[in-house]
Ligand binder design. Structure first.
Ligand SMILES: [Zn+2]
Length: 207
């Protein structure tokens, strides 16, 4: 993915000045307004603007808007950023959000399952269990809020369905599982780190 640093010393060749387009950049996640890029026009009206490629003023990444602005590629990441997540897990989470935003729903579901297994093993679940057992483990160990039990049942059911066949997942499946994973990451990594840890009392031995 582009970043400001990737573009140091580089530039786009003669971009046009366009009617500005506001969008959330799928690369850097910023809410931007771009007026630089390359226009799509009506074939009978060369002066019109009905879509095009817009260059992000923040990261310089190029986003494509199809005629009449029906589709945005890449789309904005689905869901919200979670703080304090370990780097490798955060990369998987970002990839799942990106896959969901761009219609790769089966890939997103597979990534989310992988993350659930990793999170459970990090919380001392045994290795090499079936996916459903990891969901059970997280629920049993109290990582799911009391009123979230129907979520666990739902995800467990979807996990069982997919184990018996090569099932293509749809947008709803991907969004549900991603929402569940986001909640878990927030609960396990973000919330505990948002308040200061208790300070050592005077005289307490150094660990
Ligand atoms: Zn950007």
């Amino acid at each position: 993915m582009p970043s400001k640093e990737n573009f140091v010393g580089f530039a786009w060749l003669k971009p046009e000045t366009l009617e500005p387009k506001c969008y959330i950049c799928g690369y850097c996640g910023k809410d931007v307004s771009s007026e630089k890029g390359y226009r799509i026009h009506h074939s009978v009206n060369a002066g019109s603007q009905v879509g095009g490629v817009f260059i992000c003023p923040n990261c310089k990444g190029a986003t494509y808007f199809s005629p009449n602005y029906k589709d945005q590629v890449p789309g904005p990441l689905y869901g919200r950023t979670v703080q304090y997540v370990p780097v490798d897990l955060d990369r998987l989470f970002t990839e799942a959000r990106d896959s969901t935003a761009n219609g790769n729903y089966t890939a997103s579901v597979l990534l989310c399952r992988k993350m659930l297994m990793n999170v459970a093993v990090a919380q001392k679940a045994p290795a090499d269990l079936p996916f459903v057992e990891y969901v059970n483990f997280l629920a049993k160990e109290g990582y799911v809020p009391p009123n979230g039990k129907h979520w666990v049942d739902h995800i467990r059911k979807k996990g069982n369905e997919a184990n018996h066949e090569i099932a293509l997942m749809n947008q709803k499946d991907a969004i549900e599982l991603l929402t569940f994973v986001e909640m878990l990451l927030r609960f396990i990594y973000e919330f505990p780190n948002m308040v200061p840890k208790p300070e050592k009392k005077p005289g307490q031995p150094v660990a």
